[in-house]
Design a protein around this ligand. Structure first.
Ligand code: PLP
Length: 822
């Protein structure tokens, strides 16, 4: 067992306090990912947006007893050793570095071959495929999902245990200096460099520098496998003295590809290896998959996997789901489809994704046997059961003979089936209602059949919401805030159309300070879905006051009349109540003016149980530079009025003015809090920093029918679409009832089908509209993008003279939302 003193030596740290010996099983850097306090070592990492030291009290409370810290005192100057008398504490200069050193030390204990993969694209897929292709011969350990960063790599390598015979880890970098650290941790013996593209170019002075930096992963490898057709890559590798194993379509190489030809759903590869011509089929036709598969093929040949077996293994490859998706399913259920692989680390991540979603009644998992963990079965299923229990999963369905054999480790209500077919034979849709179901199975179990059984036939239009992009945008705005500035996020109008509690839930996970909604019912819905953050309600109607109190929602009070009604409605007990005062500084919508103050404050003073938590105003023209003087005037009026509010109340309140555009335009006026809205959803309202944000939503539908019409014929209602030549017309399944504005009709709008922009022809109907696809190859079932990264909300809104806010919030509730995370 690793002693605490050894840990200090490995990490070059100082023991602040040693109480008793514990084993180190789990390394934790994100307090939210705690699954098992015993055996957990927490690294308090200080990052750009967060300080891990803030979570020591909560973790200690939960039973964590081993901490690596960068300071001895908390923010109030109290000694950690006094605060946490039962904890082992180790002081280091840099916790992330300590984590990396510990992982590197762990890695050094193993002499098995380790494959290290880097490159701009395909790392994760090559890793997953290789693991699958090599698993008949090896006990493989690999990075979970795309854990390839400074944090992800050490956590990946930490999984190594003595049963493994081969490791496969991916490494990704965005800045110079990072790869050396990853090399030190992975210490690969076999390298794979997939390719080089534009990703993360901004971090490097030149493409050459990026290649050289990435090559540092391979400093000590026995062999580097790559494709010499990538000129720059080849050039830089040739300049070094690395032993290589190459493949090429154009030159002679260790594996010379003579031809690749698409044949149905497959690609036939003819190649020469050791002077002999060979032929194999790859079960994909797209270029990226073929390249990834050829990297794998080269690796198998290098590893001397018998040629006779390769075809059989290739046949079983499937596309890798790069993202965890939540989809609507039968009976109000949602499904998290993670059917590609099933290992312990991947299970932990998927369970966390499940845990992060709103409590939709019940959480359910359908889980197959776990293959190739390298752990003894007893220990493995013990850990699986503990993970599932700790994540609050209520309903467990196990499929497979091994998991069934260990049923006693799971809760008594768990149900087991010997095979997928057995489950499907007994499947009754009525057994599942309002549940969030994680479907996680190893490849051979073909759980896609289960997913299929759960999926309702949905109308073709969906709004995909990229939760990672949302977090990116959140962090972007956070990076603009002073450390003490609080963040309120506007989730009114169904979170700008993106799905209210799903978004609110993510915001709660990422620890924003406040949420705001327009109406009481929106707040109630958040509470009923497990949102505990403070929530301000901007348009509270008097008949909702009781509800506000019941659900602990905080009203915005904007007029004397509303205040009087609110106070009259208060219960005659000594409960306390929190309100927000809206001030009108020029928007002339809602809010008190200074003339109201003489009546307002004496009234408030009669109700000491009512606390004014915050006061705020709203800028009328923060998005346009044209109105800068007006905005400045509003801000300075607000500052003066807010000072008077505090003076008259005789206590401090939270003061806030800035919306998304304001955060960008007036960073000096953040005051105590800002109110982020549209920016979170990917639209930078001033237009000056749009490129810093990521597109969050994609609205898409499908083609229902394709027909040809001849010159002079007309399309749709009122015969508005007139064919000026022979045309091909596609009917798509979206209309104004889905929120697709009628102004997009008759060429006003465009959609993207098979990568091409196509104009709308004729009027938009209620549930459909028609698109001119003349000259393109389009068939029923093809996807049509209404808006997304390549057809931006800003552009689409401009085309019909409206604003992105309206397009987003118009997407009707009958359009299914799909939430995903990469
Ligand atoms: C909607 C709203 C915001 C957010 O505005 P964005 O322009 O979407 O950032 C801020 N404050 C108030 C009062 C709002 O109603």
């Amino acid at each position: 067992m690793l002693t605490f003193q050894e840990l200090a030596t490995i990490t070059n740290g100082t023991v602040l306090q040693f109480v008793q010996a514990h084993s180190v099983i789990n390394l934790l850097t994100d307090s939210r990912k705690l699954s098992q306090p015993t055996g957990t070592l927490f690294f308090a990492v200080t990052g750009k947006f967060n300080d891990g030291h803030k979570y020591l009290p909560a973790l200690y409370e939960l039973g964590v007893r081993q901490f690596i810290v960068e300071k001895e005192l908390d923010e109030k100057g109290r000694n950690y050793s006094q605060l946490y008398p039962e904890a082992n504490l180790l002081l280091v200069k840099d916790s992330l570095n300590a984590l990396q050193e510990l992982a590197a030390w762990h890695r050094s204990k193993f002499t098995i071959p380790i494959v290290g993969i880097t490159g701009s694209n395909g790392k994760t897929i090559v890793k997953e495929w290789l693991a699958q292709l090599l698993s008949p011969d090896e006990m493989v350990v690999k990075s979970p999902r795309s854990y390839n960063s400074q944090l992800g790599v050490p956590l990946s390598v930490w999984q190594l245990n003595s049963n493994h015979t081969l490791g496969i880890f991916e490494a990704g970098i965005s800045l110079p200096g990072e790869m050396e650290k990853l090399q030190h941790i992975i210490q690969p013996t076999i390298g794979i460099f997939t390719n080089i593209g534009t990703a993360h170019d901004e971090g490097f002075t030149s493409r050459e520098q990026k290649v050289q930096e990435k090559l540092k992963l391979f400093t000590n490898v026995d062999v580097l496998i790559y494709c010499t057709d990538h000129k720059l890559l080849d050039h830089e590798i040739q300049a070094q003295t690395i032993h290589t194993f190459t493949w090429s379509r154009h030159h002679s190489a260790d594996v010379t590809i003579n031809a690749t030809t698409a044949a149905g759903h497959k690609t036939i590869v003819v190649f020469t290896y050791k002077g002999e011509k060979q032929r194999l089929a790859i079960p994909f036709t797209d270029e990226a998959s073929v390249e990834n598969a050829l990297h794998c093929l080269a690796t198998l040949l290098y590893r001397q996997v018998p040629f006779a077996e390769i075809q059989d293994r290739l046949d079983r490859l499937h596309p890798v789901a790069m993202r965890l998706e939540m989809k609507e399913a039968i009976n109000g259920c949602y499904l998290i489809d993670d059917t590609y692989n099933n290992d312990l680390a991947g299970l932990a991540i998927a369970l966390q994704f499940l845990g992060n979603q709103p409590q939709r009644g019940k959480r359910t998992i359908i889980l197959s046997d776990l293959l190739e963990s390298g752990l003894p079965e007893e220990a493995l299923y013990g850990q699986v059961a503990a993970l599932i229990k700790n994540r609050g999963v209520e309903k467990v369905i196990g499929i497979g003979s091994t998991i069934s054999h260990h049923k006693s480790k799971f809760s008594e209500t768990a149900i087991f089936y010997s095979s997928t077919a057995d489950f499907l034979a007994q499947f009754k849709a009525d057994d599942f209602r309002n549940e969030l179901i994680l479907v996680k199975g190893a490849r051979v179990f073909e759980f896609e059949r289960i997913v299929h059984a759960f999926q309702q036939k949905v109308h073709g239009t969906v709004l995909e919401v990229n939760l990672d992009a949302l977090v990116h945008n959140l962090n972007y705005y956070r990076s603009k805030l002073a450390p003490d500035t609080k963040l309120m996020v506007m989730v009114k109008a169904f979170a700008y159309g993106s799905g209210s509690f799903e978004v609110a839930n993510l915001l709660q996970f990422h620890r924003v300070d406040y949420l705001a909604v327009a109406y009481a019912d929106e707040g109630v819905m958040l509470r009923e879905n497990g949102i505990t953050l403070p929530v301000m309600v901007m348009n509270p109607s008097p008949d909702s006051f009781a509800k506000l109190r019941q659900y602990n929602l905080e009203p915005e009070i904007y007029s004397l009349e509303l205040l009087e009604q609110y106070l009259k409605d208060l219960p005659a007990d000594n409960s306390r109540h929190r309100i927000h005062l809206k001030l009108d500084t020029g928007m002339h919508r809602l809010g008190f003016t200074s003339e109201d103050f003489d009546a307002l404050f004496p009234l408030l003073q009669q109700y000491p149980q009512v606390q004014v938590v915050s006061t705020f105003t709203h800028l009328a023209g923060a998005d346009e530079a044209l109105h800068n003087d007006f905005s400045q005037m509003q801000i300075s009026n607000f500052r003066a009025m807010a000072a008077e509010v505090e003076a008259r109340l005789n206590y401090k309140v939270i003061k806030h003015v800035l919306n998304s555009a304001g955060i960008v335009r007036f960073p000096e006026h953040q005051l105590d809090m800002v109110r982020l809205g549209i920016g979170l959803y990917g639209v930078e309202a001033t237009g000056s920093e749009q490129q810093a944000l990521k597109s969050v939503s994609v609205l898409k539908t499908t083609v229902s029918q394709v027909k040809t019409i001849v010159k002079g014929e007309t399309v749709g209602y009122s015969r508005k679409g007139i064919a000026d030549s022979d045309k091909t017309i596609a009917t798509i399944a979206i209309g104004y009832a889905d929120g697709y504005d009628r102004r997009f009709g008759n060429g006003g709008g465009q959609v993207i089908i098979n990568g091409k922009r196509c104009p709308i022809i004729g009027n938009v109907c209620m549930d459909m509209c028609m698109v001119d696809v003349t000259g393109l190859s389009v068939k029923p079932g093809d996807e049509a993008i209404i808006f997304g990264p390549k057809l931006t909300l800003v552009d689409m809104a401009a085309r019909i003279g409206t604003i992105p806010y309206e397009l987003l919030t118009n997407v009707s509730s009958r359009v299914k939302r799909i939430f995903f995370s990469e």
